[in-house]
Design a protein around this ligand. Structure first.
Ligand SMILES: Cc1ncc(COP(=O)(O)O)c(C=O)c1O
Length: 430
């Protein structure tokens, strides 16, 4: 949804926020304008007064990625709850919902609150929720809005005990829907390690009035030494568990059974294995939770995306480009640009120098012979092959690796059209 100053929807109201020093890279001469007014000016990213470093999000690529995953999930019979922790941008959440998403996945209570503050009606919290203050808040949200749907993980008896106690204490009048998380292996992250313990948890949930078991979930992204075979084998355990529980009548009171898995690295295998789910007593909501796809990237996910295995199904487009300015060129093989760890994802890979925009005439050329070799807090260390043209003042355009740790460094990100026109701004809430 575009920022719309006329709207009384909380997302529209983001357009009323004032542009000032809180937001990195925004034009100093726009100080005091509203975000909506600045967007309406349709300034150019390079000549419109933005300061460096500046992170740009391609308007066309984001739209392409939203539409591609909408088509993909529809084609494969999957419902979609994109992980919101990637962008933490309510504007993008709204666009994901407009592109058919069932709701939004989150990891922690604060992220659920951001969703609710911006009108998200279905939230899947892919974690055990044992925080009494958060459960009190949740009970209030559920009581206030009969249409609000919330599902979260449980992975322990102690967790069930804590949830039940907190919800009782809060006077919860609707049970909280939970799915049992099956771990993606013994050496994996959270989740119940074996099926027998899942059964114990299901019995404990059945005995707690404050909770309702609605299905089974997990995260194949944590399968140790993942390959298609291991991921499929683990997903089949997830499916077998849901089938066994259904046969045992554990879902008899439900309208639908929830079965959820899927980040951005293995959604093809999720689609294949979930297609094997036999007819159950209730319709099955097969919920995919990819998050990184929204901006995709130029590193980690470029290598991992299932579309590499299935080019016939389309391709995601990397949507971020970080522009930094060369502030030092001490010799023929070194250069330093003014973007560092505060500005670029660096947890998985370093940024990739892709293009150089000349400070002399604005021409853009490939960053041949130019590589980022390290990041300080506020500097990119750049090595250049001897003879490479690069001078102080030039802008270096870099691709990033890992969407989640790119979005979180920027609170107001220009959405930029192919010709450099800034058409809107994406607000994030981390
Ligand atoms: C539980 C869970 N589900 C879904 C996702 C989304 O995966 P991705 O970031 O690959 O899109 C993540 C990411 O860490 C996750 O932890």
């Amino acid at each position: 949804m575009a920022a719309d100053p006329q709207s009384d929807h909380p997302i529209g109201q983001l357009a009323d926020e004032r542009v000032d020093h809180r937001f990195k890279a925004l034009p100093p001469d726009a100080e005091g304008l509203t975000v909506g007014a600045l967007a309406a000016q349709r300034r150019n990213l390079f000549t419109g007064g933005f300061t460096t470093p500046v992170l740009a999000l391609s308007a066309e690529s984001v739209e392409h990625n939203l539409a591609l995953m909408e088509d993909y999930s529809t084609r494969h019979g999957l419902a979609f709850a994109p992980h919101g922790k990637t962008s933490m941008s309510p504007q993008l959440f709204a666009r994901q919902v407009a592109h058919g998403a069932w709701g939004i996945t989150v990891a922690v209570p604060h992220q659920a609150r951001v969703c609710r503050a911006f009108g998200i009606q279905r939230i899947f919290l892919a974690n055990e929720l044992v925080d009494a203050a958060a459960l009190r808040w949740l009970a209030g949200e559920l009581a206030a809005d009969p249409d609000f749907r919330f599902v979260c993980y449980v992975d322990s008896l102690r967790g069930i005990e804590l949830m039940d106690a907190a919800l009782r204490e809060a006077g919860a009048n609707r049970p909280v829907d939970v799915v049992i998380e099956l771990a993606a292996g013994d050496a994996a992250r959270t989740g119940v390690r074996d099926e027998a313990t899942c059964l114990d948890l299901a019995n404990a949930i059945a005995a707690a009035d404050t909770l309702r078991l609605v299905g089974i979930a997990g995260y194949e992204g944590e399968v140790p030494d993942a390959n298609a075979e291991r991921v499929a084998a683990w997903l089949r355990r997830l499916v077998a568990l849901v089938v066994d529980f259904d046969k045992a009548g554990r879902f008899a009171d439900l309208d639908e059974i929830v079965l959820s898995a899927g980040g951005s690295a293995w959604f093809d295998t999720v689609a294949e294995v979930f297609a094997e789910v036999p007819e159950l007593s209730r319709p099955v909501l097969k919920l995919l939770r990819s998050g990184a796809y929204v901006s995709h990237d130029d590193g980690h996910y470029r290598h991992l995306t299932p579309f590499n295995r299935h080019p016939d199904e389309g391709a995601l487009q990397p949507a971020f480009r970080l522009w930094a300015q060369v502030v030092s060129r001490p010799n023929g093989t070194q250069a330093f640009a003014n973007a560092g760890k505060r500005d670029a994802a660096y947890d998985l890979d370093l940024p990739e120098a892709q293009v150089v925009r000349s400070a002399r005439d604005g021409s853009v050329r490939p960053a041949d012979g130019i590589a980022v070799t390290g990041l300080s807090d506020q500097h990119a260390w750049i090595s250049t092959e001897p003879g490479t043209e690069l001078e102080v003042g030039d802008w270096v355009g870099m691709g990033l690796s890992h969407p989640c740790t790119s979005f979180d460094k920027w609170q107001l990100i220009p959405l930029v059209e192919a010709d450099g026109t800034v058409s809107d701004f994406v607000r994030t809430f981390f």
